[in-house]
Design a protein around this ligand. Structure first.
Ligand code: HEC
Length: 536
């Protein structure tokens, strides 16, 4: 989701080769006919719907289930601009078939700063305006197609932007070059849907910025139109209806997870052309992120005086230690907020200090996890190898430059898990002067000593140190420094094409509080022995 547009397009012949390596369409210009819900349900036949409301009406007429979800673009407690996104999923009949869960997603927006103060679906076909974005499973290609409906001043024009394989070709260099990777320009969707599938940053509870019946998004001064749902062609009526009917975000998460499973299984199991290095990026690095935070709204913590619960996977990969929390005394946490001068969307809602749930931080993504699980199921990875890799720089579970740099020792092809291990060890062996390579070699060479249990115990010791430090302001300040750095890293990581075009959607979304630290990517990490910052 993202409003600003950029022109994607044409690939070089090198890119085409990479595309081939991923099993993309064999001939340039001979794009196979689309076989998805957009083509079959919306574009085939007469009376093609050309605006957001017409698309919704068509889907309702097809007779299936259109489920709505809603997210606050600028933070749960910052409705000032009236900027929200609606995400819908459709399941049910389309001509010649049936759409299953995780196969069809639609996204559209409200009109920010709507002049009459009413929540309004943005249905204006202004020239160049992004009206709707769609992701639909292609039943023939077995991957997703990415579509947009773009205004031309009079009506909406349908644009097919590419598919999951085009995205893989766009991100083919990510983490695999020494310098900053060149991001392909086939489609702008690659900047955030980095592995070519649906995404949801808050894929797990507490769904910080999402709307639900029992925890509705505050609308501030924005009003809902009384004509709620009466006319399906009235963008104010529809907005009011969508707000009222939006389902729980866990439903959307369920469909995103289904979609991810579908895509990764189709890719890992049925295509033997995937390059090993590309696949293992999800182990050595992270191609996408999710967000984790405290479990209870910060305002409630303040009211009850209870400890803030920091997500453990921020400190160490869940592979070693699961997904528990580290409690931090509320007073200690508040002292840190004050020290760093934390503020959330200060220009829009003065006085907010934190996101709705405190300590909202990027963590390893579900899709990267699924890739790892599938590679294991396929026999390419075993648990000891996963643990050995994650144990390198283990207090930096995401955006570890050290761990990501080891990808260059992974072979491009391997027959099976044993062959992969053998080739990797042979390459590490040659890198005598590289301490991280030697460390990984040590772990892989002695699997009886460096067992999963060994590394899990190491993680437990570290977590004990953290728990002991959790009531010390200076220590928790150090954790904030790391959180602040990881938030900045989202804009500079190899997965971000530019600091302004990436998963944080600068200008459109407000996700994190600001602070006065001027954090620099890659500068600090936590010492496992002390739980304190150390760095360059
Ligand atoms: C700048 C980042 C960004 C770009 C670029 C982007 N998206 Fe998304 N998109 C998101 C995020 C983030 C979500 C989910 C909402 C969330 O997690 O807050 C999303 C969700 C969606 C959804 C709902 C299904 C899902 O994945 O959750 C659709 C459909 C969608 N995007 C289509 C597109 C299409 C088509 C393009 C390219 C034409 C595109 N997006 C480009 C960030 C982006």
């Amino acid at each position: 989701m993202h409003k600003p547009l950029c022109a994607g397009m044409l690939g070089s012949s090198l890119a085409l080769l990479i595309g081939l390596a991923f099993g993309a369409a064999p001939q340039a210009g001979a794009e196979p006919k689309k076989d998805d819900a957009v083509q079959r349900g919306l574009l085939a036949g007469k009376d093609v719907p050309r605006d957001v409301l017409a698309v919704r009406q068509r889907l309702v007429k097809l007779g299936g289930n259109l489920a709505t979800h809603m997210v606050a673009n600028r933070g749960h407690d910052n409705p000032k601009l009236g900027s929200f996104s609606f995400f819908e999923t459709y399941t049910g009949p389309i001509p010649g078939g049936k759409v299953g869960q995780g196969e069809f997603f639609l996204g559209f927006f409200t009109v920010p700063n709507s002049p009459d103060g009413k929540l309004t679906v943005d249905n204006e076909p202004a020239a160049g305006a992004l009206m709707m974005e769609l992701i639909a499973w292609d039943y023939t290609k077995e991957l997703y197609n990415f579509w947009e409906l773009i205004g031309d001043g009079k009506t909406g024009q349908w644009k097919y932007r590419g598919d999951s394989n085009d995205i893989l070709a766009d991100v083919a260099e990510v983490y695999l070059t020494k310098d900053r990777p060149k991001f392909g320009k086939r489609l702008r969707c690659s900047a955030c849907h980095t592995l070519g599938g649906p995404i949801m940053k808050e894929i797990d509870e507490p769904y910080n910025d999402w709307h639900s019946g029992n925890d509705p998004l505050p609308l501030g001064t924005w009003k809902l139109d009384e004509g709620e749902g009466k006319e399906a062609t009235n963008p104010r009526h529809v907005a009011a209806l969508l707000y009222k009917n939006a389902g729980h975000p866990s439903r959307m998460a369920g469909e995103v997870v289904k979609g991810i499973d579908k895509l990764i299984q189709a890719r890992v199991w049925h295509k033997d052309k995937l390059n090993m290095r590309h696949q293992l990026r999800s182990l050595f690095a992270t191609m996408e992120i999710n967000l984790a935070s405290d479990t209870v709204p910060f305002s409630k913590r303040v009211k009850d005086g209870r400890a803030v619960q920091l997500p453990q996977e921020f400190f160490v990969d869940a592979f070693f230690a699961g997904q528990q929390q580290i409690p931090v005394d509320l007073k200690v946490y508040q002292a840190v907020l004050q020290k760093v001068n934390a503020r959330f969307a200060a220009k829009e809602t003065p006085g907010l200090v934190e996101s709705y749930h405190a300590f909202n931080v990027p963590v390893r993504s579900w899709i990267d996890h699924v890739v790892r699980v599938e590679l294991r199921a396929q026999g390419l990875l075993d648990r000891q190898m996963i643990a050995s890799v994650l144990a390198i720089d283990f207090t930096t579970p995401i955006h570890s430059k050290k761990r990501a740099a080891l990808l260059r020792f992974v072979p491009e092809k391997a027959k099976d898990g044993a062959d992969l291990r053998k080739q990797l060890m042979a390459e590490l062996e040659k890198a005598k002067g590289d301490p991280d390579a030697q460390q990984l070699l040590t772990y892989l060479s002695d699997p009886k000593k460096y067992t999963v249990a060994h590394f899990a115990a190491q993680a437990r010791d570290y977590l004990d140190v953290l728990r002991k430090g959790a009531n010390d302001v200076a220590t928790v300040f150090d954790w904030w420094r790391i959180a602040s750095q990881r938030r900045v890293e989202l804009k500079t990581a190899p997965t971000a094409p530019t600091p302004t075009h990436n998963i944080t959607e600068p200008g459109f979304r407000v996700i994190f509080p600001e602070d006065n630290l001027k954090s620099t990517p890659g500068q600090l990490w936590l010492d496992p022995k002390t739980g304190r910052c150390t760095g360059t």
